[in-house]
Design a protein around this ligand. Structure first.
Ligand code: CDP
Ligand code: CDP
Length: 220
C-alpha cells in the first residue's frame, strides 16, 4: 500500500490547496482527497442533527458513519448534493472548531487512508503530510498572505452567490489560522521535508507547475 505514490498539499485556509491539488491530480491522473470536505461534512451533519458541539462522542459517531458519496467531483450527503452548502463560511468555521476533537479525527483516519489507490493520490488538508500520509513521496506546504487569501475567498464566495464582507472574512480567516495552528492535536505545521510554496504573487497554474516539477525531480 505504501508503494502507491501520494502527494500531500497542506496549508492554511484559502491558500489554494483545493485548486492546486485538484489540478495536479488531473494532470497525473491520480485520485484526489479533499480531507477538509470530511470535516465540513461532519460539521454540516452536526448542524442538521443539532448535535451539541461539546458532545465529542456523538460528533465522532457522525464522522464515522457519514452517509457520503463522492461522484464526478460532486459531494453527496444522504444522497443530497451538498457541494456548495459545505463551502459556506459558517460550515468552515464549525469544521475548524470540531476538528480539534481527538475522537473525531480518529474516526476520520481510516476513511482517509482508504483514498490511497493506484495509480496515486493527491491529498489536501492540514495534516496530510504530518499525520495521515507521513511517508508521502512529495509533501508541499502551500501558503500566502492573509490579505491575498481573504481576497481569494471573497471572490469565490461572491462567484458562488453567497454574500461576503472583506473585513469579516479577514477576521474569520485569522481566527481559523489561529485555531488550526495552535490546537494540541494535528496542528497546521509544515511536515518534515515539505517544500514550502508562498503563492501570494503566483497564479494557481504557476503553483501547479511548481508542484509537478518537484514531483518529477524530487532532488531538484
Ligand atoms: O478550504 P479551507 O482551507 O478553508 O478549509 P478546509 O480544508 O475545507 O477545512 C475546514 C477545516 O477543517 C479547517 O479549518 C481545519 O480546521 C479542518 N481540517 C483539519 O483539521 N484537518 C484536515 N486534514 C483538513 C481540514
Ligand atoms: O483549498 P483552499 O482553501 O486552500 O483554497 P481553494 O479553495 O483552492 O481556493 C483558492 C482560490 O484562490 C481559488 O479560487 C483559486 O482559483 C484562487 N487562487 C489559487 O488557488 N492559487 C493562486 N496562486 C491564486 C489564486
Amino acid at each position: 500500500h505504501s508503494q502507491i505514490p501520494v502527494i500531500t498539499i497542506d496549508g492554511p485556509t484559502a491558500s489554494g490547496k483545493g485548486t492546486v491539488a485538484h489540478r495536479v491530480a488531473d494532470r497525473l491522473k491520480f485520485h484526489y482527497l479533499d480531507s477538509g470536505a470530511l470535516y465540513r461534512l461532519t460539521a454540516l451533519s452536526a448542524i442538521q442533527h443539532a448535535t451539541p458541539l461539546n458532545d465529542e462522542h456523538a460528533l465522532a459517531k457522525l464522522a464515522e458513519h457519514l452517509p457520503v458519496k463522492f461522484e464526478n467531483g460532486e459531494i453527496f450527503l444522504n444522497n443530497k448534493n451538498v457541494s456548495n452548502a459545505i463551502r459556506a463560511e459558517e460550515v468552515g468555521t464549525l469544521a475548524s472548531k470540531i476538528a480539534s476533537l481527538p475522537a473525531l479525527r480518529q474516526a476520520l483516519f481510516a476513511l482517509q487512508l482508504g483514498f490511497r489507490k493506484g495509480p496515486g493520490l493527491v491529498a489536501d488538508g492540514r495534516d496530510m503530510g504530518t499525520v495521515i500520509f507521513p511517508n508521502a513521496q512529495l509533501k508541499v506546504f502551500l501558503t500566502a498572505s492573509a490579505e491575498a487569501r481573504a481576497q481569494r475567498r471573497y471572490k469565490q464566495l461572491i462567484d458562488k452567490g453567497f454574500s461576503a464582507s472583506m473585513e469579516d472574512l479577514l477576521c474569520d480567516l485569522k481566527a481559523r489560522d489561529d485555531r488550526d495552528t495552535h490546537r494540541a492535536i494535528a496542528p497546521l505545521v509544515p511536515a518534515e521535508g515539505a517544500h514550502i510554496l508562498d503563492t501570494s504573487n503566483m497564479t494557481a497554474d504557476e503553483a501547479v507547475e511548481q508542484v509537478l516539477k518537484w514531483y518529477a525531480h524530487p532532488k531538484g
